[in-house]
Design a protein around this ligand. Structure first.
Ligand SMILES: Cc1ncc(COP(=O)(O)O)c(C=O)c1O
Length: 430
């Protein structure tokens, strides 16, 4: 498709990155199920390995099916390039890897997916990295947490599990002033509901496992680069600005300009960390993205209906959905998330931990699943599952207190979802 035409989101979600197969004319993107690619001759092979020519070498680094997915997600997010990888968690490491070094830290929101809280508070310590967690609604606290060793700031646009919405432009103003990249996990909002790059983010990460694929079939992740950050402004990001010994002293930023982060992600990240996506998974995710706008609009509509019903129910203490008129985030949603606040939220059940566990067991249509972003409605009791490794204080800070359950609202008939919640709440609070 033409690069110059100002196509709409619905067109780009189907066409961006894809063109009919030049050999067969296949209209759908083929699954290039191959590990290797035949070089034209020895000179061609040498040029590819030297990064003097762009092409396919080995599917740990690049694959034509995955390349279409990368271009499609980059286009929808308004980035210059993207690197897909094996999971959302892999994407987070892929995003941090070029930025961090032993002794460096990332300033992160307290309101993150529980697995990310564990990855940042525990696992990255083994690389000599650390994380400082702050409440991202407290802008001054975010500013104060950045020190000379900070190399990234990290938050979720719509946070898992609470569905709270982040004021990305205000956070971006702080990271811009500090000369630090802002990484936004846009998994729960998707580019249909939020464009972090347009709001000032440097990098966007995704668990494509969720809404982008949309039906709970395959794992995947993606890092999108805005192309806007000046990696050579100072000596903080030597992996991108200084000579790379693994490529004969090539300087990624000097050589690839706005594509430096993307090339580094493929040439160093995928090559050496090996967190590669497989082409079958890329195919499923491409299929999912074709209907993203339709699904997200329906997810949002259903989430609003269910959240409003729960809010009015006497068996429920509170509902965190930012799309409710009563939410403290209502103005922020209107300004920054005009198409809706997603379909992920928690509610507190009168009766606490025991009632939550019973509720989960009593539901028939909702599936008790450690996933989100499926066409099916899902429920989980975060405190006893995804956020189980955290202290009660951390669970509360993350929006996963023992008395709340998380819903990922699907695209079924809303009245059926309400009827299921009604019967399960009756049993759980009897
Ligand atoms: C917001 C968010 N980011 C990242 C991840 C990690 O993604 P994955 O499970 O694909 O590794 C999850 C998983 O639930 C998530 O909810």
């Amino acid at each position: 498709m033409s690069d110059s035409a100002p196509y709409g989101f619905e067109t780009l979600q189907i066409h961006a990155g894809a063109r009919p197969d030049p050999v067969t004319g296949a209209r759908q993107t083929p699954i290039y199920q191959t590990t290797g690619y035949v070089f034209r001759d020895a000179d061609h092979a040498a040029a590819l390995f030297n990064l003097q020519e762009v092409g396919y070498i080995y599917s740990r680094l690049t694959n034509p099916t995955i390349a279409v997915l990368q271009e499609r997600i980059a286009t929808l997010e308004g980035g210059v390039g993207a690197v897909c990888c094996s999971s959302g968690h892999a994407a987070q490491i892929m995003a941090l890897f070029p930025l961090m070094a032993p002794g460096r830290n990332v300033v992160a929101s307290t309101r993150l997916y529980g697995g990310t809280l564990t990855q940042f508070s525990q696992t990255i310590k083994r690389f000599g990295w650390s994380a400082t967690f702050v409440d991202f609604d407290d802008i001054e606290a975010v500013k104060a947490a950045i020190d000379d060793d900070t190399r990234a700031v990290f938050c979720e646009s719509v946070s898992n599990p609470g569905g709270y919405v982040t004021d990305i432009p205000s956070i971006a103003a702080i990271t811009d002033a500090a000369g630090i990249p802002l990484i936004v996990d846009n998994t729960s909002a998707t580019p249909y509901l939020c464009n972090p790059i347009a709001q000032g983010a440097t990098l966007v990460v995704h668990s494509t496992t969720k809404y982008l694929t949309g039906n709970g079939t395959v794992m995947g992740g993606c890092v999108v680069d805005s192309g806007k950050f000046d990696w050579s402004a100072n000596d903080k990001f030597p992996s991108l600005s200084e000579p790379e010994p693994a490529y004969h002293g090539l300087k990624f930023h000097e050589t690839f300009g706005e594509l430096a982060f993307t090339f580094h992600g493929i040439a160093i990240g995928l090559r050496d960390l090996g967190m590669t996506l497989n082409p079958q998974a890329a195919h499923y995710t491409l299929m999912g993205i074709e209907t993203l706008s339709l699904r997200m609009a329906r997810h949002v509509e259903n989430a609003k209906t269910v959240a409003e019903w729960l809010e009015a129910d006497p068996r429920v203490d509170y509902v965190t959905y930012a799309g409710l008129a009563s939410s403290q985030y209502a103005d922020r949603v209107k300004a920054l998330y005009p198409k809706g606040a997603g379909a992920l939220f928690t509610f507190a059940v009168k009766g606490g931990y025991d009632a939550c566990v019973k509720l989960v067991d009593e539901l028939e249509l909702f599936s008790h699943v450690a996933n989100l972003g499926d066409t099916r409605s899902l429920i989980i009791h975060s405190a006893s599952t995804t956020h189980r490794q955290l202290s009660e204080e951390q669970q509360i800070a993350a929006g996963a207190a023992p008395n709340v359950v998380r819903l990922s609202i699907g695209i079924e008939t809303a009245a059926d979802l309400i009827a299921d919640l009604d019967q399960a709440l009756a049993a759980a609070t009897a």
